[in-house]
Design a protein around this ligand. Structure first.
Ligand code: MCN
Length: 787
């Protein structure tokens, strides 16, 4: 039976049966004939000079095929490039050699690679590589790293400064002067701690170089195979058309599989050297050291407001810890994706803000779910609560007062962005209603029960997503386009294959993209296959990140499907001997207007398109179409979240009792998947507020180096989430959709912190840094009580 009107239906994810029954193929599942295995030798020191490397014993170890060091790769592989070259920021991109040559700059920096017949022998031989290190002083804290006398990481970056970026809008100095005279000015330091992405699957690479054809095929855990192919070509020198990148099943990424890492180029080179396929798969400890981290900001923020709660200006400075090297997209995260979102969903006309990117002896930092926007939302949402508290206003009222009104869209922000559409008050009203906000405030007024303090936290956010458009990408220094490609191919039997340049790795687009095509062409869902993640099959694409896949990739698919329909309509008109203008398309059938019985199904038309016995003049055989869609603007999803907590003053324990999320991602293709995305995002955002945090020793050792020490949350630590939506379509894309993949992470962190601070108000506490562990909360209460 033809399923139509599937756009908007809660179709179950078609990906899931194979995933939950273990029948999908991840990179590490691949077994190629003659395949070798690689193991990296990594620095145990955060900062050291390499005086010498003795690989003799490793080379002699049974089963070892090759041992390579940084010196062996010099002139063979190019440095690993940074691909987001933000302008006007005095950006320094010191060379990042694929294997360290003279100096190691973080614990986990790779110095050699061993290739052997199996993983165990590779690992045993790696332990035999002797590296003579001269240990150097290290610095892990970004504020200390810019102090005179701090250890220097790169000669190209004096004082370890990677860049200085700023944004200014309106007249912030005048606004602060006014607020000082007649309003309030509040200042607060915020630490947004470093996080470690925990994808289910660690990174993995299988490279097969064919010396006969000169072709390199690389299967690997990437979110953007075409960008990877381009960068692989740049680093290895192999021509792009001889490289094929395949992303098999990728077990999550959360941003950590966007970058092009040294290991990928090194493993490709190893396959070339050995003339055999080579596999490398990170173990979890290695993953914690060698795969990018996220966040890690220290910010001093000031906010200016009138006494009636009108927000006037924000001013501040962030020190963003970039780690030891600038990873692929890293410079754009604390700047473009963070600094341009700081006024949030409010009509704040004045801003002055600086970001200093700092090199330290730590794992490089790059995009982690939300990438810059969670940090920005955290700052503005905490700042709004600080003002509300200082003026004794209800946090809901101050937000309502300052929202960009629904009739002012498109709205130009002080930072220069144009928000597409929104109705912020509607999401807040709905969230307050679902949370029974007013009732909760009444309960709160009655005071603590058994030493437990109730706290209610709000977070109203707007985020930038749907990355394109390409011209803006270019203007902000992103070394790529941000359009998307799609091909919709109908086969002679009327089945369809859809090719997308995006590369979903858990988000469910195999289902939602099929829904788009089913809706556009009236085909049964089961007749549509979605192909992604293979540069050999797909002409070009920019990948999956920044909640862009549906907005940009989905739009491209809709346009391609519409082109297919237009061509099919021409053929149908010819077959039905009617004028094209008289052809009506209705749920998979073309019929002549006024004569529903004079009809051809899309399947019948498709067969004729391939047989080509009787095509109209000038119409080519076959039925497929491509589209390359470049959006005209970003989209800006938004929403209102409410967290309800109870804080035990005796133990410092925080119990998250309720969580309400009302999001607006425009038109929704699949409510079930959108709910799933929001749930996943909430878990990550709440975990940052309450538990997670990467900790380094001052010497640069990662103390949270495994899941035993790093607080990855468990399902039982969360209440049942209440989710709801409003729908404000984006005027910028043919589907009216906005992204949703990151909203939960962006909104939830400040909601929880605001709730805990709200609970602690009776103790005079106005701010606490994350994570809000019992120890931290207890110490804050205890310290305040004793004073
Ligand atoms: N969707 C919808 N209607 C909308 C918007 C989205 O039905 N109006 C659906 C989409 O079609 C898709 C899902 O919701 O099935 C998420 O879509 P989208 O918002 O386009 O986000 P992306 O696919 O671009 O995913 C990227 C985003 C990011 S940036 C991170 S990080 C993240 C995330 O998605 N990483 C994830 N969600 C993840 N989910 C899983 N399982 N694994 C990851 O690594």
């Amino acid at each position: 039976m033809a399923v139509t009107r599937v756009f908007g239906a809660s179709v179950k994810r078609r990906e899931d049966p194979r995933l939950v029954t273990g029948r999908s193929t991840y990179t590490d599942d691949l077994q190629l004939p003659g395949m070798l295995h690689a193991q990296f030798v990594r620095s145990p020191h955060a900062h050291a000079r390499i005086l010498g490397i003795d690989v003799g014993a490793a080379r002699r170890h049974p089963g070892v095929v090759a041992v390579l060091t940084g010196r062996d790769l010099q002139g063979v592989l190019q440095p690993i490039p940074t691909a987001w070259l933000i302008p006007n920021a005095d950006l320094k991109t010191p060379p990042h050699p694929p294997l360290a040559v003279d100096t190691v700059r973080y614990v986990g920096d790779a110095v050699a690679v061993v290739v052997a017949e199996d993983r165990y022998r590779a690992s045993d031989a790696a332990a035999l590589v002797r590296v003579d290190y001269q240990v150097l002083p290290a610095v892990v804290d970004q504020e200390k790293a810019v102090q005179p006398g701090a250890p220097q990481l790169h000669p190209e970056a004096p004082q370890n400064v990677a860049f200085r970026w700023s944004v200014r809008g309106g007249d912030p100095d005048q606004a602060f002067a006014e607020a000082r005279r007649e309003g309030v000015v509040l200042a607060q330091r915020f630490v947004n701690q470093r996080l470690i992405p925990n994808a289910m699957e660690t990174r993995s690479v299988v490279a097969r170089y064919n010396p006969g054809s000169g072709e390199l095929v690389v299967w690997y855990t990437t979110q953007n195979p075409h960008i990877a192919r381009f960068l692989m070509s740049v680093v290895t020198g192999l021509p792009e058309h001889k490289i094929r990148i395949i992303a098999p099943e990728v077990g999550g990424g959360f941003g950590s599989k966007i970058p092009f890492y040294p290991e990928e180029a090194v493993i490709a080179h190893c396959s070339r050297v050995a003339g055999r396929p080579v596999k490398w798969t990170e173990d979890r400890r290695e993953n914690y050291l060698a795969t990018i981290h996220g966040r890690d900001h220290i910010t001093d923020l000031e906010v200016a407001a009138r006494r009636d709660g009108t927000l006037l200006a924000i001013r501040g400075r962030t020190w963003a810890n970039m780690g030891a090297y600038l990873s692929t997209a890293a410079p754009g995260i604390p700047t473009i994706l963070h600094g341009l979102m700081l006024t949030g969903c409010y009509t704040i006309p004045h801003i002055a803000y600086e970001v200093t990117g700092v090199f330290t002896n730590t794992t490089p930092v790059d995009a982690y779910r939300g990438a810059g926007r969670p940090e920005a939302t955290y700052l503005i949402e905490r700042a709004v609560d600080l003002v509300a508290s200082a003026l004794s206003m209800d946090p809901a009222d101050i937000r309502r007062k300052n929202f960009v009104p629904a009739d002012r869209f498109p709205y130009q922000t002080a930072e220069g962005l144009t928000y597409d559409s929104g109705n912020y008050a509607a999401t807040l009203d709905r969230a307050l209603e679902l949370a029974e906000y007013h009732k909760l405030r009444e309960v709160q007024k009655r005071g603590p029960r058994d030493g437990k303090y109730l706290g209610i936290g709000l977070s109203t956010y707007v985020e930038i997503c749907g990355l394109g458009p390409s011209s803006v990408a270019g203007a902000v220094g992103f070394q790529g386009g941000l359009w998307e490609s799609a091909t919709v191919r109908l086969h002679p039997t009327g089945k369809a294959t859809v090719f997308t340049g995006t590369s979903p790795h858990g988000q469910g687009e195999e289902t939602t993209f099929a829904q788009i095509v089913a809706e556009e062409l009236g085909l049964p869902l089961d007749d549509i296959e979605v192909v992604h993640g293979d540069t050999g099959a797909i002409s070009m694409g920019w990948g999956t990140y920044g909640s862009r896949t549906t907005v940009v990739g989905g739009a491209a698919i809709a346009l391609a499907a519409r082109r297919v329909r237009e061509k099919a309509a021409k053929i149908a008109a010819h077959l039905l001997e009617a004028a094209e203008a008289d052809i009506v398309f209705d749920r998979g059938r073309f019929h002549v207007r006024g004569s529903p019985e004079r009809a051809k199904t899309l399947q019948e038309v498709t067969l004729q398109a391939y047989l080509a016995w009787n095509l109209p003049a000038g119409v080519e055989p076959s039925l497929e179409a491509s589209a390359f869609y470049d959006p005209s603007n970003f989209t800006f999803p938004f929403g209102a979240h409410v967290a309800v907590v109870e804080v035990n003053a005796d133990t410092g324990e925080v119990e998250l009792q309720r969580y309400v999320a009302v999001d607006d991602c425009g038109r929704v293709i699949n409510p079930l998947i959108v709910d799933g995305q929001v749930h996943g995002g909430l878990v990550q955002g709440i975990a940052q507020a309450m538990w997670e945090g990467a900790v380094y020793s001052p010497e640069g050792q990662l103390l949270t180096g495994s899941m035993a020490e790093y607080a990855v949350p468990r399902a039982r630590m969360f209440p049942r989430f209440v989710t709801a939506r409003t729908e404000t379509p984006s005027p910028h894309n043919p589907l009216g959709v906005k992204g949703v993949g990151e909203t939960g992470t962006i909104a939830s962190t400040p909601a929880v912190v605001n709730a805990v601070v709200d609970a602690l108000r009776p103790f005079g506490i106005t701010h606490l840094d994350m994570p809000l562990t019992p120890e931290r909360v207890w110490t804050a209460i205890h310290g305040k009580t004793r004073r």
